[in-house]
Design a protein around this ligand. Structure first.
Ligand code: KG4
Ligand code: ZN
Length: 347
């Protein structure tokens, strides 16, 4: 049984992160350290992530993250077996910061380098937290992504469907912006939704009339905008209860769509894998309690086990990259200093 200790780097969106993960083959993995430096404050006034600002912040913070991750794990580079880095997909400036840093560390220490797909990082997290066995069905829902995958191996994923426009997290963020709530929008909208009546505004459930598990969330935002403008015109502003009811109606519409599409994805999955299925969910939106509850119900109704990583491992982090790197390293993956950043890289 071989013990592997992997340093992971992540900088593909608006979190700069480094982590160390260790596993002895056959045992559960341990996260020795996980450092995440967010950029929410830097982008606050802009209503979204500004790529230029993100790139600069990653370049400034990545070295510090690596240093802290090693320090917290009480290790030096000498103790590391390989360096894993997100090499795509994502904002090119950020991905480059991580890749350049990892290459420098690799060149300086002679340690092997592994370029990891960010989505594979999210998709392999259930194996880090719950030792999920292949295959399993994965719902990835974040600010940038929304897709159903069958995870069959450390580098073997089949996409069953996904959003054709916005990701749900993006819809939450835009909803927050429309309703004058702070960013990131997900937690703010969820808090408002608690106080609201989800039945008050009949918002659309896009693409439910079509077969398959593709989704669309941009129409929801347009409907919400129209409803908001009508309320503002009637009352001269958005009243507190209107805002809460809009949030509740929106959140329920998103949950309904994801629930129905999950049912379909499970049917498709079971046609390919007759054994008892597992659904894993990850990505920032997986933090949403209503969504989790709805998905748990869908799973219970379909004799499916449900697993969701703890919140800190649902949102962007480097432990998932170190872990994916570890699994891929065991499978023989190696990159060299020609590793390049890939802004687009479908699984
Ligand atoms: O995975 P993540 O940290 O970053 C990527 O997009 O890759 O996800 C961030 C997204 C944001 O859009 C945020 O609004 C959303 O996840 N989010 C939530 C909640 N917490 C975060 N959406 C709904 N409900 C939440 N509680
Ligand atoms: Zn992500």
């Amino acid at each position: 049984t071989q013990t592997l200790t992997i340093l992971g780097l992540e900088s593909s969106c608006d979190d700069t992160a480094a982590a160390v993960v260790r596993q002895t083959a056959g045992d559960a993995a341990a996260i020795l350290s996980s450092v995440v430096v967010g950029q929410v404050d830097l982008h606050a006034g802009f209503g979204g992530v500004v790529p230029e600002i993100a790139a600069r912040a990653h370049a400034e913070k990545i070295d510090l993250c690596v240093e802290q991750a090693l320090q917290k794990a009480a290790l030096t580079l000498t103790d590391i077996d390989a360096i894993a880095v997100t090499s795509g997909p994502g904002l090119i400036g950020g991905v480059l910061s991580g890749v350049m840093c990892a290459k420098g560390l690799s060149a300086g220490s002679g340690k092997p380098l592994i370029g990891v797909n960010h989505l594979a990082g999210h998709a392999l997290t259930p194996r880090l937290t719950d030792e999920a066995a292949f295959p399993y069905l994965m719902l990835l829902v974040s600010g940038g992504h929304c897709q159903f995958l069958i995870a069959k191996g450390v580098d073997d994923f089949t996409r069953l469907g996904g959003t054709i426009d916005d990701a749900p997290g993006e819809a939450f963020d835009k909803t927050a912006k429309l309703l004058g709530l702070p960013q990131p929008g997900g937690p703010a909208v969820e808090a408002e939704a608690h106080k609201g009546d989800a039945k008050r505004f009949p918002l659309p459930r896009p693409l439910l009339d079509r077969p398959g598990c593709d989704m669309s969330f941009s129409g929801l935002k347009t409907a919400l905008l129209r409803t908001r403008d009508k309320l503002v015109a009637e009352h001269g502003g958005l009243r507190q209860q209107d805002r809460a009811d809009l949030c509740a109606s929106f959140q329920t519409a998103v949950s309904d769509v994801l629930a129905e599409k999950t049912r379909r994805a499970l049917t498709l999955y079971q046609e390919l894998n007759p054994a008892q299925p597992t659904l894993a969910v990850a990505g920032g939106v997986a933090a949403n309690q209503q969504l989790r509850a709805v998905l748990e119900t869908v799973c219970a109704d379909n004799n499916t086990s449900f697993t969701a990583p703890p919140l800190a491992l649902c949102t962007d982090n480097a432990a998932m990259i170190a872990w994916a790197g570890l699994e891929q390293f065991r499978a023989g993956h190696r990159d060299d200093l020609t590793l390049s950043a890939r802004p687009r890289w479908p699984l």
